[in-house]
Ligand binder design. Structure first.
Ligand code: ADP
Length: 506
């Protein structure tokens, strides 16, 4: 593999390192030490980034708090906030190629994917949420409390209404798999609601968050309204959750860390929204359009090297089409070119780290030891980078560890079901997981799709499609896949609180 050279713009950005923290509209030297940020496809250093110490996080929280309480922010008309977000959206679009390229070098995914999924989507996210700034209305109630003036008195005696207020300072903790998209859903929703934000990107992938901070500055947001503190989870992330100056935490990441955050947030009952792991079923019935279902099933698990919380990682295929479907997916997997994300022929990039690759390999070994049958892949190719071959394991036992755990790698675990299986029995199998993030159903029978969609315990059900996310639609997990919503009205209301006011008019 030849090592690609970043474009002049990206080189210029990388050369601005060692990168500092963006706090209160200024670039601060943090005290948590420097971290070498590497390209997961080559292992080569891209740049260095200062990690925030808990004290630095405290400084950022102070700045976000001051800004939140300042007239510059609290007094800003919603339409002005909307224009700031809109301008940021335009800047993100104007820099989409550069942002996508930074993401490719730092995160590993192919450029075509980063350009479409990551950098291509976030400008629209900002503009979508910009629209909400001016639409977060309260309500006027019709109370039933008896009128103390007795019957016949003129007009109402009580005026009772609720206002929707911003929740305060939001700590946003983002993961490394789709860094900018996940950060933007949180940041744009929180800013639209009138909150101020401290973003902590994952320690592995802080670069696009830092470039985002430069663009936020250029868009003209007031100092302190948006801050970026790259740092380690257990220090900077934990300090954000611990800070008395932070009102809300919005987190995307692993279920285990989500549980840690809930425990830590119990200290001051800080409210938390969580977008956690998944082990989503993808079901192919015999009447499905297989020409579409097979590539979609492959895409669902292999996109972003399987490092997607929504990945359709448990395949259920009707017995009569098993051979065709599994052969088809395995053929796609074998054809996928692994390589550097900047190579236009690359279908799949590396995993984020050697540690992640070892974790994936461990699950594959456990799955095979428990009786799973390897249909393709299963190993790391020789050479540099954290690559892992796209893998399909056939495993009928639902207790097979590879069918249970969220692997977060390009590993599909496939099981069959009898064509005539009663729907309730099938639903029991689909729902037999602690997770409840998403499900995808492939069938020509739309009535069956509706029936099953209603019985599936997941926050998103996709029929004859996969990964249908939209800024306008709320997305949240059932069961251990999360709390709260991102996207849509629910996604902005997540960052608000209602205050009910009653005025005695007598
Ligand atoms: P993964 O296991 O896939 O790396 P994590 O859930 O560990 O994902 O990471 C997601 C985000 O959570 C990252 O930004 C990480 O730094 C952060 N994080 C990890 N541990 C903690 C913690 N104890 N408190 C707060 N944030 C954390």
């Amino acid at each position: 593999m030849t090592t690609p050279v970043p474009s002049p713009k990206v080189q210029a950005f990388l050369a601005r390192g060692p990168h500092r923290l963006f706090v209160d509209g200024k670039w601060l030297s943090g005290s948590g030490g420097l971290r070498s940020i590497t390209d997961p496809a080559t292992g080569l250093e891209l740049s260095q980034v200062t990690m925030a110490s808990p004290a630095d996080v405290g400084t950022a929280a102070g700045a976000a708090r001051r800004c939140f309480e300042s007239p510059a922010w609290r007094g800003m008309p919603p339409a002005v906030r909307a224009r700031l977000l809109w301008r940021l959206g335009e800047l993100l679009d104007a820099h989409a190629d550069e942002l996508a390229e930074i993401e490719v070098f730092n995160q590993g995914k192919p450029f075509w994917l980063a350009r479409a999924l990551d950098a291509g989507a976030i400008g629209e996210t900002c503009r979508y949420f910009a629209g909400w700034c001016t639409k977060l209305d309260g309500m006027v109630h019709s109370p039933s409390a008896p009128d103390p003036r007795g019957p016949g008195a003129a007009g109402p005696w009580l005026h009772m209404y609720s206002v929707r207020e911003p929740a305060g300072v939001v700590g946003a903790i983002a993961p490394w798999n789709v860094p900018l998209v996940i950060a933007m859903a949180k940041v744009a929703g929180a800013l639209a609601a009138g909150c101020t934000v401290i973003l902590k990107p994952a320690e592995q992938t802080p670069l696009t968050a830092l470039r985002l901070a430069e663009l936020v500055e250029e868009a003209g947001f007031p100092p302190g309204s948006f801050n970026v503190v790259p740092g380690l989870g257990e220090t900077a992330g934990a300090a954000l959750v611990d800070s008395p100056l932070v009102d809300r935490i919005t987190f995307t990441g692993s279920t285990d860390v989500g549980k840690l955050i809930v425990r830590a947030a119990a200290k001051d009952l800080k409210r938390v929204s969580l977008e956690l792991g998944g082990k989503s079923p993808l079901v192919i019935f015999a009447d499905a359009d297989l020409a579409r279902a097979i590539p979609a099933a492959a895409d669902s698990i292999f996109i972003n090297a399987g490092q997607m919380c929504f990945a359709g990682s448990r395949l259920f295929v009707a017995h009569s089409v098993r051979g065709k479907v599994l052969d088809g997916i395995a053929a796609i997997a074998r054809d996928m070119k692994l390589g550097h994300g900047m190579d236009p022929e690359t279908a799949m990039g590396p995993l984020i780290s050697e540690e992640q690759r070892a974790r994936v390999a461990g699950y594959v070994a456990q799955g095979l030891a428990a009786g799973g049958q390897l249909l393709c892949g299963g190993a790391a190719p020789a050479g540099p980078g954290n690559f892992f071959a796209p893998t399909v394991i056939a495993a009928e036992n639902p207790l097979n560890p590879a069918a249970q755990a969220e692997i977060f790698g390009p590993v599909l675990v496939a099981a069959t079901f009898p064509d005539q299986m009663p729907e309730q029995e099938l639903l029991t199998r689909l729902n037999a997981t602690p997770f409840g993030l998403a499900a995808s159903l492939w069938t020509g029978d739309i009535a069956r799709a509706h029936r099953l969609a209603s019985g599936i315990q997941a926050g998103a059900v996709w029929v004859n499609c996969i990964n249908m996310l939209d800024d306008a639609a709320p997305m949240g997990g059932f069961k251990q896949s999360g709390w709260g919503y991102e996207g849509g009205r629910a996604g902005v209301e997540e960052f608000t609180q209602l205050k009910t006011i009653a005025i005695d008019l007598t």
